[in-house]
Design a protein around this ligand. Structure first.
Ligand code: NHV
Length: 853
């Protein structure tokens, strides 16, 4: 298990750069021990980490993912846990004016003691704590002790006195306690998540010695950004430990990364304690941060320096992209728009919902985030939603988004249930909002804030009123307004003031009420939960699709990591524990009956499910993208998993792309072909994100018989209009083939540039596989083996549909997969992984649809 080091960068930043002032920061992550309270049986702890993560590491708990082990790893949630550590300090260190202990994150209910004094009572895992401890420290050995209280036993009295149960259906515990703690909801279970209610030090701890004053916060507030001018207010929060008011100066150094820097300075008087300073500046003709495909995500370096005379006391830096992002909700002739403008240009949002990447959350290291963003950009996304059932993300997440030109939709961490709204609870929420808004507000990628996931939709439409009294419903509705319509937006205008906000997602719609689609983002669960066919999605366009998705099993090599051959049955205990949606397997089977011949066995079932999810979701996403400008976004549910499980993800826990991720890459391409079949016509679309028109493109349309190959070909010159979707060619199908040929014909369209290079291809089948006359055929493979890369050449005399290439190496990357191989066509697929060795010739297997029945 790797240790996350990314926090260090942020924590140390103010101090690393000016050793002349002898600021010294110690990391207090090493040498921790932990024990169950009262047991006095101490184990080494990894910090950041969690009790459960450490118990697994020490073999006290088994691998929680394997078999039915989830059942036997639950007991630690009901116990309290103690953590202790000693550290040594020198006289010199104690001679500094102040010592600041910084707990970046404690999960969740904890009392913290230092040398005999209780210095902190933590009750919110999302809030970091800075505590001045100079008076408590001593030369030689110092002792820290943290008692973590079970969130279960701690919150039982709350549930016992509430007078009602919260409808937190995703919380797999009884009673449902997740709502009472400000703690990642998904730890309590979700419909794709195992339950592991953790405790522990989940972010780093540092101790910083400094003199005179420190910079606590540096907000580069973008008051206005246009092509001509960026107007910026630098807001700096300083804490002075000088006993008297003192003269000081602040200098802001700023400029494009790597280029010469300008400065502005201001003299100030620092009073003892907290001070705030504001330094405005203007940048003419800024190089604006642009999302991916629209230009470069330019970043400026900003540095705030605090000086006494000519001695620099403290510094803080920020990497800032100058841009304007707005959510446009305007009444129009069809309802109310819901789209984002970036630098005044409407953007079609392409992307996915992101859940925490690990149930053992602290395992997410820099490599994890790099891989995630590689998966995001490789699939041609420009948007990602950090969904409200998980956590606010680590700074590094947003930094990568800044650097790659990806926009982030940020939910506050509330989802799918009402929450308490008493004063004590709301005070806790207030601290959390302030802390996280301040932590994240400099990021260019952070596009906007959303209060929560689906709470209002639940209050209005999920039947909670049938299970609860009118008084309870009233309490929840009032509580909703207090939290999401008053408290959070008020804090945002105070602490951000540059971003759009909606109280919740969906904003004002429900998937059962098609009328509501006209004026809101929509979580359209008509597909899947509503059991509507994929085809229906084209007729249910929302203004912005912020959730919709379809489940699949992960591929066999992932299943083999947690199940044995004897468990390969959807009704086995092992498979059932890895399917958290009560209706999941029934729905998968129902859809499969609609679209495929019954598969021969479990492995074929798994394979067909992947194909169904991939092709079906491509159809749904494409409908959204063709549907712009009415519909301006497609964020599917969900990109990732937090353990190996059956879920709606497009990439499984072990980083294997499911069919869906390849299809998302195709349909999200900056310039992609789309096709809609209606009234026996095929309407071809260019769907372009580029900001310039592209002329002189060639559209080639081939009519391909499953056995005979190409029987007809048409060529056409077309243009792709900038930042839009438009029909470029309409074809009468009966001019190409007869009605009866539809079952054995595929129409392949190819868009190429003036040099003949393929930009996008689109295969159109008139039916799903159970209505097609797929020929029996054998796919021939030739494999060239090299270290790190296998190259597979595939051919087939007849159509082989949805060819799946498998290799038993977790996380191996394929240049393409789940492909249609046309009669006589040759396709070359590269498989890459550091684990591949030329000498080993790891076996590759091939599957296609006709072989499954
Ligand atoms: O079920 C898949 C996902 C969830 O994992 C996640 O919470 O926000 N999902 C489904 C829905 N929302 C979300 C909406 N679900 C329903 C609403 C009303 C009736 C049935 C299902 C995500």
């Amino acid at each position: 298990m790797k240790k996350s080091i990314i926090f260090l960068w942020i924590a140390l930043l103010p101090f690393l750069l000016f050793s002349q002032n002898k600021v010294e920061t110690l990391r207090l992550d090493d040498g921790w021990q932990f024990s169950q309270t009262g047991k006095n049986q101490w184990y080494d702890a990894e910090v950041p980490g969690s009790v459960q993560r450490d118990l697994i590491r020490h073999g006290v708990l088994p691998d929680p993912y394997f078999g039915t082990n989830e059942n036997v790893v639950q007991w630690p949630e009901k116990e309290d846990w103690d953590f202790k550590k000693s550290f040594t300090l020198s006289e010199e260190q104690l001679n500094h004016d102040d010592a600041l202990l910084f707990f970046e994150g404690l999960d969740t209910h904890a009392d913290v003691f230092l040398n005999g004094s209780r210095i902190l009572q933590s009750q919110n895992m999302f809030v970091g704590h800075k505590i001045s401890v100079k008076n408590l420290l001593r030369k030689g050995e110092n002792n820290l002790y943290i008692r973590f209280f079970s969130p279960i036993t701690r919150m039982l009295p709350a549930a016992a006195t509430a007078g009602f149960d919260y409808p937190a259906d995703n919380d797999h515990g009884t009673p449902k306690l997740s709502v009472y703690s400000r703690k990642a909801p998904y730890q309590f279970g979700w419909d794709w998540g195992m339950r592991l209610v953790q405790m522990g030090i989940w972010k780093p701890i540092t101790l910083t010695f400094y003199d005179k004053a420190r910079i606590d916060d540096f907000f580069v507030k973008q008051t206005s950004v246009t092509k001509e001018k960026a107007i910026i207010d630098n807001q700096i929060e300083i804490y002075s430990v000088e006993p008297q008011p003192v003269d000081a100066s602040i200098t802001i150094e700023y400029g494009l990364k790597g280029e010469s820097q300008k400065t502005v300075s201001k003299n100030i008087v620092l009073n003892p304690g907290k001070n705030v300073a504001s330094i405005p500046l203007q940048i003419d003709h800024p190089k604006r941060w642009m999302p991916v495909n629209w230009g470069k995500p330019y970043l400026y370096d900003f540095k705030a320096k605090l000086s006494f005379g000519n001695q620099t006391i403290a510094e803080k830096t920020g990497s800032v992209g100058l841009r304007k992002v707005q959510l446009i909700q305007k009444d129009d002739e069809t309802g109310k728009s819901f789209y984002f403008e970036v630098n005044d240009i409407p953007l079609f949002a392409k992307g996915a919902n992101y859940i925490p990447g690990e149930i053992l959350r602290t395992q997410q290291d820099t490599a994890y985030y790099q891989r995630l963003f590689d998966n995001i950009t490789s699939a041609n996304m420009n948007f990602v939603r950090v969904w409200g059932g998980g956590t606010y993300e680590d700074d590094y997440f947003y930094r990568l988004a800044d650097e790659k030109g990806i926009l982030v939709w940020q939910d506050f961490i509330f989802g799918c249930t009402p929450y308490p709204s008493d004063d004590v609870f709301l005070q806790n929420v207030r601290e959390e909002v302030i802390y996280n808004v301040k932590r994240l507000r400099n990021h260019a990628s952070l596009a906007f804030w959303c209060g929560n996931n689906e709470i209002e939709e639940g209050l209005r439409y999920w039947g909670w009123d049938k299970r609860n009294t009118p008084e309870t419903m009233e309490l929840w509705k009032k509580g909703y307004d207090k939290t999401f319509r008053t408290l959070i937006p008020d804090l945002l205008s105070q602490y951000d003031g540059t971003r759009s906000y909606i109280h919740g997602s969906p904003y004002n719609s429900s998937w059962g009420k098609i009328e509501s689609f006209k004026s809101s983002d929509v979580h359209d669960w008509g597909l899947w939960h509503g059991r509507m066919p994929f085809e229906a999605m084209a007729d249910r366009l929302p203004r912005f699709a912020s959730e919709f998705g379809f489940q699949s099993f992960p591929e066999m090599k992932t299943i083999r990591t947690f199940a044995n051959e004897k468990d390969f049955d959807i009704n086995s205990d092992v498979m059932k524990i890895h399917q958290k949606s009560g209706v999941g397997n029934v729905i998968i089977k129902q859809y499969m009956d609609m679209y495929f011949h019954e598969p021969k066995n479990f492995e074929d079932f798994v394979y067909l499910g992947l194909v169904m999810q991939g092709n079906g979701m491509e159809e749904a996403v494409e409908a959204n993208r063709r549907g712009r400008p009415y519909c301006m976004g497609a964020l599917y549910w969900q990109i990732n998993d937090d353990w190996p499980v059956v879920s709606w993800s497009s990439i499984d826990y072990y980083n294997n792309w499911k069919a869906q991720h390849y299809r998302m890459r195709d349909v999200f391409a900056p310039l992609a072909l789309g096709v809609k079949f209606a009234d026996n016509k095929l309407n071809y679309y260019t769907m372009s994100d580029y900001l310039n028109d592209i002329d002189n493109l060639k559209l080639t349309i081939q009519v391909i018989d499953f056995s005979k190959g190409v029987v007809k070909e048409l060529k056409e010159k077309v243009n792709a209009k900038a930042n839009s979707s438009q029909i470029v060619k309409s074809i009468d199908v009966l001019s190409l083939i007869s009605e009866s040929d539809k079952a054995n014909t595929v129409i392949r369209a190819r868009l190429s540039d003036d040099k003949g290079k393929t930009i996008s291809t689109k295969d159109y089948f008139f039916y799903w596989p159970n209505k097609l006359n797929l020929p029996e055929t054998k796919v021939n493979t030739k494999i060239a083996y090299a270290d790190g890369k296998y190259t597979v050449t595939l051919t087939s005399p007849k159509l082989a549909k949805d060819v799946f290439i498998e290799i038993p190496v977790l996380g191996a990357r394929f240049s393409d997969n789940f492909i249609d191989l046309m009669p006589g066509e040759k396709r070359v697929i590269e498989i890459t992984s550091p684990q591949l060795k030329a000498s080993e010739k790891t076996p590759i297997t091939i599957r296609h649809i006709r072989e499954t029945y």
